[in-house]
Design a protein around this ligand. Structure first.
Ligand SMILES: [Zn+2]
Length: 176
């Protein structure tokens, strides 16, 4: 009984300390906002927005927002008959293509969109073959319907934008 009371007291003390620690911490920095332009994504406009939402629900240091009128987008999204692919000019800037070649083969569209946004957020391809990895891209089976980054991918993106990591210009293709 005594032990239990002691444990309760410790827990209460920890709770108080925890609350103090939270209130004493500096306010979190505002996430960096990247504007994307899906106006040229043709039939894929809504899946592009879905890809952006997936990232917004998984990371805190960066947000993908539709570009407001009159503003230059960071990211332009296109659609064509080739492979999905991304071309970055720097971290958070560049373009990607929703390629119908993969769509027609049956690859899950929200996964393609989130994957290509992943390149713009500083992630390279990692062809692990695992559906749990977003950046495994086309190396995962066509049947893979996981559109979400795994914890490691999300935390890499968070640290990229926490430190404004320098990412060189690169090109990535869904299938090599
Ligand atoms: Zn890729």
């Amino acid at each position: 009984m005594l032990l239990r009371r002691f444990a309760a007291a410790v827990l209460a003390a920890l709770a108080v300390t925890g609350v103090q620690a939270v209130t004493a911490a500096p306010a979190a920095a505002a996430p960096r906002v990247l504007y994307y332009d899906a106006s040229q994504a043709q039939e894929f406009k809504s899946v592009v927005a879905q890809g952006a939402q997936i990232w917004n629900s998984r990371v805190t240091n960066v947000r993908l927002e539709p570009v407001p009128a009159g503003r230059t987008p960071n990211i332009r999204v296109y659609a064509d008959n080739g492979w999905p692919r991304a071309q970055t000019t720097s971290l958070g800037n560049g373009r990607w293509y929703m390629g119908r070649q993969a769509v027609n083969q049956g690859y899950y569209q929200p996964r393609i969109a989130a994957h290509e946004f992943g390149h713009l957020l500083g992630l390279p391809d990692r062809r692990t073959g695992l559906c749990a990895d977003l950046m495994s891209g086309s190396s995962a089976p066509v049947s893979c319907t996981n559109p979400n980054p795994n914890a490691r991918e999300a935390s890499t993106v968070n640290s990229n934008f926490a430190t404004a990591a320098s990412v060189p210009a690169q090109a990535f293709a869904w299938s090599s």
